[in-house]
Design a protein around this ligand. Sequence first.
Ligand code: FE
Length: 205
Amino acid sequence: MDNSALFSLQYGVFVLGTHFDGKINACITNTCFQAANDPVRIAVSVINSNLTCEMIKQSGTFALSVLDSRCTFETIKNFGYQSGRNVNKFAEFPYSLDDFGNPYPTKEICALLSGKVVKSVDLGTHTLFIAEVADAKMLSRSNPITYMGYQKVIKPKPVVSTEKKIVGWRCKICGYVYNGAELPTDFICPLCGHPASDFDPVYEQ
Ligand code: FE
């Protein structure tokens, strides 16, 4: 099976916010699509190890913000490269709350969908939340970004030294280390579920 065929599927990039027990949090996901009409339902897939995933299971609601062409890597890093278990991701990021009390960024997003979960399916690495859209609004006229556009334009390329020998690859999200010079392109971090593109080389000392 050629897993790289899966890279042909198109995605957006979204900030997924929720709140529970007096705490607000959000993560990045690339997987959201409209799944039904009347009532409008969307499906969102979230990595199980994310705090946001745990919190949505408790709160039953979320705010899905569509990142637009003004999005910077700093924004992706803020919401996607650190955990709400350690930091408040909204401490220095402008935000507002939807009618459910879920946080959403007030910059770099073009649309907001507020969802009430009607069904969740545990898929092992991820949970798929199917939600009824309770509210939807446009927040800018900028175009939404695609996941491929993020990978090609917004995300900095890793600087690989040709002088030293690569002995492994470290996950930038959770620190997991893969031993070996070549990281398979379809590798998925066994701890946090992030893809090979989120790994940096580890050099021989
Ligand atoms: Fe990881």
